[in-house]
Design a protein around this ligand. Structure first.
Ligand SMILES: Cc1ncc(COP(=O)(O)O)c(C=O)c1O
Length: 381
């Protein structure tokens, strides 16, 4: 039997290759430090776990409304008001999903199909082009670079756009750069009149400057967010999208057919996350902020080249152009020689082929030790 999907040239998620190899080395007794992973190392806040346990005991184990439990959708609307001052979002515009990943897929499916194009930055979050290809559409890349702080230039998007272009995906703070799009760029991108899919999954984890949702500037956007990162809930699979009123029924039909609804227990836990977990979420953010400083300090002390300091998320992109044109080989060599897992830049597109991504979702001690090992190895090349 042959998988037809291979015809769509779905690329592997290389960070998983690194992680699986790192785990295999650890199983052989090697000292391994994971600086490749893109997930918080914290447990989910206790109040969230308790809410899920209560929901379980109360038998809230059935299918929910396909858009999501109404109380959760109301809490999400309230979140936009209290966090960004954005009023007037209707709970009927919220689609609760099994993580932000299906929300991205559904948003793209609402906007593009066979033969269409969606504009992405390069570097980009590794999975975006694959979502687009599954839909029979094509990604059109617009390069961003360290010289312009990885800001996406609206003029470049305007030039890249053609009759087949149906949407633009932005991600702020971004994976893998950690950089936030500034207000001028956000406004400029909104002025293009192109539907925007704004992946805001790292909101709540911004350490320098302000975070802005795209909904502060336009209604013609689908916002993607979720609980995986800021709430340390990766395994719960809970996310959401805010759709413009004209699109939500289409999104709902896709969800009804493909997923039915998001997991019920996770949804009840999500209400507690939004309404009770704020002190714990702020504490985790403070820890990440401190780790960011530790990682940047250690990298500077060891001569690793961080072109652009990240504003948020938990990643630092390091330029390794002086030692490699092949980031996958380098990441595997670093792992073999130092026991430190790092992510090859090529996972995020040709624009970051000469970079390695480090994650600071690990303890300060491991960050110090990991950076020191990698710098020692790279220095020896
Ligand atoms: C930029 C970005 N978007 C979306 C996701 C998907 O997250 P989830 O499906 O867990 O919400 C990730 C995960 O790493 C990410 O980095």
């Amino acid at each position: 039997m042959e998988a037809v999907l291979t015809n769509l040239s779905i690329t592997p998620f290389l960070v998983m290759d690194v992680m699986e190899k790192a785990n295999a080395l650890a199983a052989q007794g090697r000292s391994v430090i994971h600086l490749e992973v893109g997930e918080p190392d914290f447990d989910t806040p206790a109040c969230v776990r308790a809410a899920a346990a209560r929901a379980m005991a109360e038998g809230k184990t059935h299918y929910t409304h396909s858009l999501g439990v109404p109380e959760l959708r109301e809490a999400i609307c309230e979140h936009y008001l209290t966090t960004y001052g954005v009023r007037g979002i209707d709970p009927e515009q919220i689609l609760v999903t099994a993580g932000s990943s299906p929300a991205l897929l559904i948003a793209m499916a609402c906007l593009a199909g066979t033969g269409d194009e969606i504009v992405l930055t390069d570097p980009y979050y590794a999975c975006y082009p694959n979502f687009i290809r599954v839909l029979g559409a094509s990604p059109r890349f617009v390069p961003t670079g360290g010289g312009d702080r990885f800001q996406l230039d609206p003029q470049k998007v305007a030039r890249a756009r053609n009759a087949s272009t149906k949407a633009l995906v932005i991600n702020s703070p971004a994976n893998p750069t950690g950089v936030c799009l500034d207000e001028d760029h956000l406004r400029g991108l909104c002025s293009l009149g192109l539907p925007i899919i704004s992946d805001e999954i790292y909101h709540g984890l911004v350490y320098t400057g302000e975070q802005h949702t795209i909904l502060e500037y336009t209604d013609d956007a689908v916002v993607i967010n979720g609980f995986s990162k800021a709430y340390a809930m990766t395994g719960w699979r809970l996310g959401w999208a805010v759709f413009p009123k004209g699109l939500v029924r289409t999104a709902q039909k896709i969800q009804q057919n493909l997923m039915i609804c998001a997991p019920s227990l996770a949804q009840w836990a999500g209400i507690a996350a939004l309404t009770e977990a704020d002190p714990e979420v702020k504490r985790m953010k403070r820890v990440f902020a401190q780790r960011r400083l530790v990682m940047l300090r250690e990298m500077a002390a060891h001569g690793l080249n961080v072109e652009v300091e990240p504003d948020g998320a938990f990643y630092v992109l390091v330029n390794m152009a002086h030692v490699t044109g092949d980031s996958y080989r380098l990441a595997m060599d670093i792992l073999d020689n130092t026991g430190v897992g790092v992510t090859p830049g090529i996972d995020f597109g040709p624009g970051s082929e000469r970079y390695i991504r480090f994650s600071y979702a690990n303890s300060e001690a491991n960050i110090r030790e990991g950076v020191s090992r990698v710098a020692g190895y790279v220095g020896s090349l």
